[in-house]
Structure formats: structure tokens, C-alpha cells
Write a protein that binds this ligand. Structure first.
Ligand code: LLP
Length: 420
């Protein structure tokens, strides 16, 4: 059962009508379902083999309340900056369950990771490995590293979120990765423990993963032949979710189920004698959240109907940045079936500030509420203060209760750090 659903023509999150959240907290507001979050995290943990590490990619949604919940269930974290490492540690993720990926780790960030004693740093260039070795030697600490290899596999997703081709900035090519592993194995302050790949995001086919897994196993076996025995193979994140579905009718998800993804990557890795590491972000938090907003005005122009909402690309960048499609639903469904195509837009001074183009929508008027679905991942995380707009509140629903897990910003926040 979906945890956002209509009851008597009104959209609920679990047992809370979204009208109640809007009335108490105002709009725009991100609303998350605790039950959906826990369900998805548990789906991962029950599907993976023993000793696997499911490292939640905190970049998808960095709210510490959500991260803490995932940590308590047993997830680790995949972080990509000092800030994310700080949030992961603050939220109770045990350091030995944290991996750190990213092409531009600074000296301060490497020091922070070594001091915290994280599971491994995933190295993305020779120069970076040199920096880690130097800092580890200075601190007389052995740095556990994995090399992020770029396997040249087409993830068949949006070009902006495809990361595993040789022309991309991520990882290192396989020959170089092999050489780096050998150098690391011979270095007194480096210990190679795994290899990682992350081929992209919002991937809805399993075949690119089958290819990536075989690739990683091939490399690890070759290293084993040279006496370098790795502990784990990390397949990254990237499992897609259903952005096409419409909560008003039953539809089949185009994205694979969590269990199917885990099965396809874990079986060969386990058989080959390695532990599995995964870095899912979107597939854990994406379906957990909806962005609730209000209609400010409607207008007709150039033969089009516009619905102007009190949220826009500053709160949810994905439609503007990637032309991403998110289902947009009226929170109170009128009894009429008279739906007209409308463009749902935000108040930002950019033409690309369009949340949904030509969406079938019932007649609507100022004050009506709408929900932009599947926005738990890369929603709030990519929000900004552009156009002097305040970052929205975040609310967590649990059964028939809800509470604010991040206050809406106030105008005072716009002066944060300003020296006048
Ligand atoms: N691991 C690494 C090294 C990554 O770079 C990412 C995402 C993940 C794991 C998690 O991927 P996921 O399971 O969430 O697909 N802003 C874009 C997505 C960018 C993803 C960046 N890397 C969007 O809104 O679609």
C-alpha cells in the first residue's frame, strides 16, 4: 500500500490529511512518511547478504532526523563532503559504516575522515591518493581506501546524472585503478580494502548493474591473483524510482524493486567471495516525501492555463534542471472529472521555473493545495534562497501524528553571516 493515498477524495500521508499539515505549518512544506522510510530501509537490510553494508547516500536528503532514523535501523552512510560527514556523525551513523566518495576531497576533509576512523575513503584520482597517503603518514594512521573505478558503462539515464563513462569526471579508468591498488598495497600507510563504481542515478534497468558487477569482480579477482585480497565490492547507488505514476489511478512502476536490484548485484558478489557495499539514496528517500504547496493565482495566457504556486525551483530544482517529471496532485480532489491541461509554475523570475507542463488538473483556485510527489530525494537537499525565498519547512508524519523536523526559514536567515 502506498503511504500517500486518497481517502474520501483527500490526499493523506499515512493517517494525516495533508490539509492539516498545511493548516498548521503553512506552505510550502516537505512532508515525509516515517513508515515509508522505515519500510524501504528494512527492505534493503532484509535483502542484502550478511556482512553487507548499506550506506545511505546522505546527499539525497541530509535531514539529521531522517539520517538518525536510518542509522538506528542499521544503515551506514555514503558521504561526499566534510559537511555530510559531519551530519552523518552527528546523526549517529557509526564511523565504521561510513564511506566517503567525491572527486575533490580537501586536506581538511581527508583529515576529518581519518580522525573519525571511517570505513574507507573512495579515491577518485592518483593525486588524491597521494594526498591521502601523505596525510595518513603524518598522522601515523593507516588509511583504508577503495578506488572508485569508472567502468565505462552506459547507465541509460539522463546525461546529467550518468557518471560511469570514461568522458566523465568520476572515478579512474580500470588500468589506472589497478596500478593505484598495487601502489596502495605496497604503501605503509594505505590499505586497499575495496573497489567501487557508481554508474549513475535514476537507473531503471538492471542490465547496466549486471555488467558493472562482473566488471568489479573481474578486477578484484585479478588483484587477488597478485596477492591483494579485497574485502568488498561497492556497486554504488542509482536505483530509480517511479516518477511517472499517478496516485489517482493504479499504475505499474517502471523501476525495479529494491529486492530485485539487491539480488542481481549481491549473488555474484557473494559467490565470488566478497562482501557487498551499496550506496542507495533516491531509492530510500525519494518516495518518502511530497512537497505540499498552495495555489496563489491562476491565469490564462497565450492560449495556456497557468497555475501559479507558492513553491518553485528554489524549493525543488529537478524539473528546471533536468526537465524531471514529478506527479502533481490536487490535495482535495473535486468530485468533477473535468480535468484540463495546465502548466504549474513557481514565482521565480526564470522561464524554467515550471514544475509541471500540460498536466491534467481539475479547476483550481487560489488557496487550493497541491502535492508534488516523489520529492523526498534531491528535493530539500537542492533547495536554495534564490530570489530571496526562504527554505521550506520539513515535517515527519508517523501514523496520525506529525512534527516539524526543520523549521521554515525566516527573513532573518537571509542575513546569516552578513557583516555590515
Ligand atoms: N554514490 C555516489 C558516489 C553518488 O554520486 C550518488 C549520487 C549516490 C551514491 C546516490 O545515488 P542515488 O541512489 O540517489 O541515485 N541531483 C540528481 C541526482 C544526483 C546524484 C548524484 N550522485 C537528481 O535530482 O536526480
Amino acid at each position: 500500500m502506498k503511504l500517500f493515498q486518497y481517502q474520501d477524495n483527500e490526499l493523506f500521508c499515512e493517517d494525516v490529511p495533508l490539509t492539516a499539515v498545511a493548516a498548521q505549518v503553512g506552505t510550502p512544506v516537505y512532508v515525509y512518511s516515517q513508515a515509508e522510510l522505515v519500510k524501504r530501509a528494512e527492505e534493503f537490510l532484509t535483502a542484502v547478504p550478511p556482512n553487507a553494508l548499506v550506506c545511505y547516500a546522505t546527499k539525497a536528503n541530509g535531514n539529521p532526523v531522517l539520517i538518525r532514523m536510518l542509522a538506528e535501523i542499521g544503515l551506514g552512510g555514503d558521504v561526499t563532503s566534510g559537511g555530510e560527514l559531519f551530519l552523518a556523525l552527528h546523526s549517529g551513523i557509526s564511523p565504521d559504516k561510513i564511506i566517503y566518495s567525491g572527486v575533490g576531497k580537501t586536506r581538511a576533509e581527508i583529515e576529518m575522515a581519518l580522525d573519525a576512523g571511517i570505513h574507507a575513503l573512495h579515491v577518485e584520482s592518483e593525486m588524491e591518493m597521494g594526498a591521502i597517503a601523505k596525510i595518513a603518514a603524518e598522522r601515523q594512521t593507516v588509511a583504508h581506501i577503495g578506488v572508485r573505478v569508472n567502468p565505462n558503462i552506459d547507465a541509460q539515464t539522463h546525461p546529467y546524472i550518468s557518471t560511469g563513462l570514461h568522458g566523465h569526471k568520476f572515478g579512474v579508468n580500470p588500468e589506472r585503478a589497478m596500478a593505484m591498488m598495487q601502489r596502495a598495497a605496497a604503501h605503509p600507510w594505505l590499505e586497499p580494502v575495496g573497489i567501487a563504481s557508481h554508474i549513475g542515478s535514476q537507473i531503471t534497468k538492471l542490465s547496466p548493474y549486471e555488467e558493472a558487477v562482473q566488471f568489479l569482480i573481474g578486477m578484484a579477482d585479478e588483484l587477488a591473483g597478485m596477492g591483494i585480497k579485497l574485502d568488498y565490492l561497492d556497486v554504488g547507488g542509482g536505483l530509480g524510482i517511479d516518477y511517472e505514476g499517478d496516485w489517482r489511478v493504479e499504475t505499474e512502476s517502471p523501476a525495479p524493486q529494491i529486492k530485485d536490484w539487491v539480488d542481481i548485484v549481491s549473488h555474484p558478489i557473494t559467490q565470488a567471495g566478497y562482501n557487498l557495499v551499496l550506496e542507495p539514496g533516491r531509492s530510500i528517500v525519494g518516495p518518502v516525501g511530497a512537497l505540499v504547496a498552495q495555489v496563489v493565482y491562476t491565469k490564462e495566457q497565450g492560449g495556456k492555463q497557468f497555475v501559479i504556486a507558492d513553491t518553485g525551483m528554489n524549493d525543488l530544482l529537478r524539473p528546471s534542471l533536468y526537465k524531471a517529471h514529478h506527479p502533481i496532485l490536487p490535495i482535495q480532489q473535486p468530485v468533477t472529472n473535468n480535468q484540463q491541461p495546465v502548466d504549474i509554475v513557481g514565482p521565480i523570475c526564470e522561464t524554467s521555473d515550471t514544475l509541471g507542463k500540460e498536466r491534467p488538473f481539475p479547476p483550481t483556485e487560489p488557496g487550493d493545495l497541491l502535492a508534488i510527489m516523489q520529492t523526498g530525494a534531491y528535493g530539500f537537499a537542492m533547495a536554495s534562497n534564490y530570489n530571496g525565498r526562504l527554505r521550506p519547512a520539513e515535517v515527519l508524519v508517523n501514523g496520525d501524528k506529525f512534527h516539524i523536523i526543520r523549521q521554515r526559514q525566516t527573513y532573518q536567515h537571509l542575513l546569516d553571516g552578513i557583516e555590515e
